[in-house]
Design a protein around this ligand. Structure first.
Ligand code: SF4
Ligand code: SF4
Length: 441
């Protein structure tokens, strides 16, 4: 660490970032905060850390970005390392605190700006830095080659085609209604997620495709504080959608990918009006419409009987507006739904957001401590299944499940829909499906 602290600081770069973000908005937020403390109780880090004042939202932004502006960018490495601890280790940029601040101060945006300053000096969690290298080299966070991605889709198509007659996974189909984009973890570790989505789209008779490039809708550079890279990443998705002439970009069950593609990405990618060039839809919304409109029918005999609760991912619910769709979908699939408290837009972050999961072992202990609030919420419902339409929440709640002995099963909507939907006769597997597979041998 002492060597690290001796490295020079590029003060010019820091001043540039501060100046580029020196909007009336941020100036007002920094000056208007009345230190009333109303935001403190809203933050799960504060609650989980025995109400340590140093974990309150106001303390964190004042002592990171606020101090950077106060010192006019003249900061040293020791200070930036203290910020590192606060802005990555004690905030997931979940935006809950803004809902409780009487002035609506957007603390998460200021934390994100402080992250950009630290990132400009090479001060960034190693786990996030690794994904940035992968995005730059391959366009996806896992560093997966295009051929491997396509091979995985082909493999899932062959395997699942035996279960569902007529199933295909179309790649680069021009003009499709939906271009389905996934979290890179899916082709890498959970290819069955792609197979399940293909089953659902087949039964719904959807016009869909997957892109051969721009298929990873995640954007961890957004959490690493690298806005330029975040812009390139989201542009891969937009540009492919434009090239194919698809009608919509569909986001898998992932929260931050939705926040990136729909809300923050247009700004990162230089769209001044803040709108994505192609409409962006989240899977929760589309799956809900399928069930509402009867394009997918659920077998009442197969509906989940065990008590179920629903995790509102911050970037699907509070920051994505889909809390009612998530609940309606849950009720279509499950007989005993028990809401957590608080919920909907006031949900607590699970503790896995803001890049926390890919930040890895360095932050795991803190992640488990701060996740205690979510663990308590889940326990209080008595649920045996937690539905989680977000990859980061999924990992976090699985970790909490082990750490806190919650005794729950964590499931995605895809998984439950596939287990409960009625497969119409025309999609039932036929002998010829096996014969095609066996060929003329
Ligand atoms: S954005 Fe979320 S984690 Fe960060 S200070 Fe606010 S409530 Fe706490
Ligand atoms: S609630 Fe708003 S005004 Fe009050 S301390 Fe928090 S950020 Fe400052």
């Amino acid at each position: 660490m002492s060597e690290e602290l001796e490295k020079p600081i590029n003060t010019k770069k820091i001043k540039e970032i501060l100046s580029a973000n020196d909007s009336a908005r941020i100036r007002t937020w920094l000056s208007i905060c009345a230190r009333c403390g109303l935001c403190a109780e809203s933050c799960f880090f504060y609650l989980a850390n025995n109400r340590d004042p140093k974990t309150s939202p106001a303390y964190k932004f004042k002592n990171s970005l606020g101090e950077m502006y106060r010192r006019n960018g003249e900061v040293d490495r020791e200070f930036l390392h203290r910020c590192y601890d606060m802005i990555w280790g004690e905030c997931t940029t979940c935006k809950r605190c803004s809902m409780f601040c009487p002035f609506g101060i957007d603390i998460a945006t200021m934390i994100a700006t402080a992250r950009a300053v630290c990132n400009s000096q090479g001060i960034v969690p190693e786990g996030l830095a690794r994904t940035s290298v992968n995005y730059r080299e391959t366009g996806n966070q896992m560093g997966m080659a295009t051929e491997d991605f396509i091979d995985t889709c082909t493999w899932m198509e062959e395997e699942t085609g035996e279960e569902l007659h007529g199933l295909t996974i179309p790649i680069d189909k021009p003009g499709a209604r939906y271009m389905y984009t996934v979290n890179a973890r899916e082709p890498m570790y959970y290819p069955q997620d792609i197979a399940m989505a293909a089953k659902i789209f087949t039964v719904a008779e959807e016009d869909w495709t997957m892109p051969s490039f721009g298929w990873d809708c995640t954007n961890l550079a957004m959490f690493a504080g690298d806005r330029a890279l975040a812009g390139q990443i989201v542009k891969h998705v937009y540009d492919k959608a434009i090239e194919l002439g698809v009608q919509n970009i569909l986001i898998t069950e992932c929260g931050h990918a939705y926040r990136s593609a729909k809300y923050e990405g247009p700004y990162f990618a230089g769209y001044q009006d803040g709108k994505p060039p192609v409409p962006v839809i989240h899977s929760v919304r589309l799956f809900y419409e399928y069930l509402r409109d009867g394009r997918i029918k659920i077998d009442p005999e197969k509906m989940i009987e065990e008590p179920v609760t629903y995790q509102d991912p911050c970037n699907v619910s509070r920051n994505g507006g889909l809390w009612e769709e998530g609940r309606a979908l849950t009720r279509f699939l499950c007989k005993d739904f028990r809401d957590m408290s608080p919920n909907r837009d006031l949900n607590h972050c699970c503790g896995g957001g803001g890049g926390y999961i890919p930040m890895g072992p360095e932050f795991k202990k803190r992640r488990m401590i701060s996740g205690q609030i979510k663990a308590d919420q889940i326990k209080a419902t008595g649920a045996k299944i937690v539905i989680v339409p977000c990859h980061n929440c999924f990992d976090q709640i699985n970790d909490l499940n082990k750490e806190c002995n919650l005794g729950v099963k964590v499931m995605s909507f895809k998984e439950i829909i596939c287990e409960t939907m009625i497969i119409p006769e025309k999609f039932q597997p036929r002998d010829e499906d096996d014969e095609v597979e066996g060929g003329e041998e």
